[in-house]
Design a protein around this ligand. Structure first.
Ligand SMILES: Nc1ncnc2c1ncn2[C@@H]1O[C@H](COP(=O)(O)OP(=O)(O)OP(=O)(O)O)[C@@H](O)[C@H]1O
Ligand SMILES: [Mg+2]
Length: 326
């Protein structure tokens, strides 16, 4: 069997600060297949953005990848020379950020920003028509007129559509979308998300979708990595994750999804996420976990295979699972 499109193994990202070293990512492992829709979920500060930035080698110094490997199309991204990484970043792996205003260039028009990303083609006219075609594909209203607009003249949703057009212009094999809709109105969020998923299929891209919304995951993705305190704590197909969760944190997340049935109350996970400076050994979720015992607090917790393509970083995975399935 050939290797997956993206293989992330034991990834560590550390950021030195005055307070000490922030261990933003502490041994994340997962794979993404060609054309797959993959979600990274977890609460704020769990390391989702840092993991994405590491994949694009966009961790800002003094932050750095300190351990582990990232292979994309068989190439080692961690040790690739910067020039090569730039080429990959501009063509095969692209990222759409949470806030399109900061990612767009305020002094260039929409047309200039999209054509900059269109691969060299014979004439300016054909690049212009490609830019127009892309704007139509991302559902931009009145696209001819919007070609000459500057980012500040657009709404948040329209800016995110421009970001998508720029991303698609490169025909990437992997699109990394870091909470692409959280800055938008709720009604626009659903539209943009549907658009991303439709374009993903049309362009046959793999998609890493970062979200803290398990409802979104349930609707659109194939597989899920649940992150907690810089680690992937559960990795599974969507069906397995929702029907047979094998980590107490995942179970807590699923229970906290607002139910359509209003009689069922929301049950948030009690406690707060750990500080990522000077985390000791043991499971970082133990202080919030009803199942935790002394062995959970003591040593390294391995990433255990609990089923076909299903992994959990919990010593009690089987007991927890039996209870969840019951
Ligand atoms: N520049 C920085 N300096 C210090 N710590 C940082 C820096 N950037 C991120 N961190 C820390 O690294 C950890 C992981 O951050 P990251 O942004 O990846 O989280 P996230 O899962 O994307 O959260 P969110 O859902 O809020 O976007 C957090 O604890 C965060 O506080
Ligand atoms: Mg983030």
């Amino acid at each position: 069997m050939s290797e997956a499109l993206l293989v992330v193994e034991d990834l560590h990202v550390e950021i030195p600060t005055r307070r000490g070293t922030v261990e933003a990512v502490r041994g994340a492992s997962f794979t993404v297949e060609r054309g797959e829709t993959f979600a990274l979920v977890g609460e704020s500060g769990s390391g989702k953005t840092m993991t994405c930035r590491a994949i694009l080698r966009l961790v800002h110094p003094p932050g750095a990848i300190t351990r582990g490997s990232i292979r994309f199309q068989g190439r080692d991204l961690v040790h690739l020379p910067e020039r090569e990484v730039q080429r990959i970043r501009g063509t095969t792996v692209v990222m759409v950020f949470q806030d399109p205003m900061t990612a767009l260039n305020p002094v260039l028009t929409v047309e200039e920003q999209i054509t900059e990303a269109v691969p060299r083609s014979p004439s300016p006219a054909s690049r212009r028509s490609r830019a127009l075609e892309l704007l139509r594909q991302v559902g931009m209203p009145d696209p001819e007129r919007r070609l000459g607009a500057y980012p500040h003249q657009l709404s948040g949703g329209q800016r995110q559509r421009v970001m998508l057009a720029i991303a698609l212009a490169r025909r990437p094999a992997l699109l990394v979308a870091d909470e692409p809709t959280t800055a938008l109105d709720v009604t626009i969020q659903a539209q943009i998300l549907r658009l991303i998923v439709r374009l993903q299929k049309e362009y046959e891209m793999a998609l890493i979708l970062v979200t803290h919304d398990l409802g979104v995951v349930y609707q659109v993705v194939d597989r899920v990595a649940v992150m907690y305190a810089g680690q992937v704590v559960e990795l599974a197909t969507k069906a397995d994750l929702f029907a047979h969760p094998r980590h107490p944190y995942t179970i807590g997340l699923i229970r906290s999804i607002p139910s359509v049935d209003r009689r069922r109350r929301l049950t948030p996970i009690p406690g707060i996420p750990p500080d990522l400076v000077g985390l000791g050994p043991g499971c970082p979720f133990a202080p919030r976990c009803a199942w935790a015992s002394d062995e959970c607090r003591a040593g390294e917790i391995p990433f255990l295979r609990v089923g076909e393509g299903h992994w959990s970083r919990c010593l009690k995975a089987l007991q927890v699972g039996a209870a969840a399935d019951a």
